[in-house]
Design a protein around this ligand. Structure first.
Ligand code: ADE
Length: 254
């Protein structure tokens, strides 16, 4: 996957993503990150790309021209129909479902705003999607772009090794991940749950599912409500009786 990032702060994005799993994905050629500095398209001798907002108010607004020229420079490489995603608190909230959807694209352009925003006319012309990473305001879209790329790239086949596979983690099937333990077997007087040392894979799987259900029910009741219909469809009657509460197991809630 090739990701173009239009930004005034390319180092913020590059220095973050050239690490760990995303860094390895780039070394392996599974992820290509091309940060393009919007400032390089300024026609001002000092590289200025922003101006005062019409109508007054605090802060500066990024001008349409450098953003549009930067976009056309990238479009020359991608060809038409490349999605352009602007990171903005006004966007659709990012989710694992959206990450899965985007992980099937072979290229995309991310547009990072800064200061008070970008001239609306160029946004209306080029942006296909707005994405927010949550209901709070960052100083710019760069960290949000990093979140997107990190989350999407680990869903690209081959990016995670077997050891790191994306299968049984939080948000798969709307359940949080079960607790994990490693050596030593006893730490500060606390033992690892005995079942994990039993070697009985069927019982271990059942225990993990039980812990996932308990965790999700307690920590993310909203998510648990979404998970419940799937659990009721897929669990055997024995497990439904064992893992669900009677009121969750009745038909009215599904
Ligand atoms: N830019 C500023 N705040 C943001 C947010 N919450 N999500 C995405 N981009 C942003």
């Amino acid at each position: 996957m090739r990701v173009y990032v239009m930004t005034l702060f390319p180092e913020m994005v590059e220095s973050t993503l050239h690490n760990s799993i995303t860094g390895r994905a780039m070394d392996d050629g599974r992820l290509e990150l091309c940060c393009v500095n919007i400032r390089d398209f300024s026609k001002d001798k000092n590289g200025r790309v922003d101006d005062y907002p019409f109508g007054g108010g605090a802060g500066m607004v990024i001008e349409a021209d450098p953003v549009y020229d930067c976009y056309r420079y990238i479009l020359d490489k991608t060809g038409p129909d490349c999605p352009v995603i602007a990171l903005s608190p006004k966007g659709q909230t990012f989710s694992q479902t959206k990450a899965k959807e985007l992980s099937t694209e072979d290229q995309m352009i991310l547009l990072c705003g800064h200061y008070e925003g970008i001239d609306q006319r160029v946004l209306d012309r080029i942006v296909t999607d707005y994405i927010s990473i949550g209901d709070y305001v960052l100083t710019g879209g760069e960290l949000a772009a990093c979140v997107l790329v990190d989350c999407i790239s680990r869903l690209i086949p081959g990016v995670l090794g077997n050891q790191e596979s994306a299968g049984s983690e939080s948000f798969e099937n709307d359940l949080l991940e079960y607790p994990q333990y490693t050596r030593p077997q006893e730490w500060n007087g606390e033992r690892v749950p005995e079942i994990l040392l039993s070697g009985n894979h069927r019982l271990i799987e059942e225990w993990r599912l039980e812990k996932s259900i308990e965790r999700t029910r307690n920590l993310r009741p909203d998510m648990f409500r979404r998970a419940l219909p799937g659990l009721k469809r897929s669990l055997s009657n024995r497990l439904k009786r064992k893992l669900l509460k009677p009121e969750e197991n009745c038909d009215k809630l599904s």
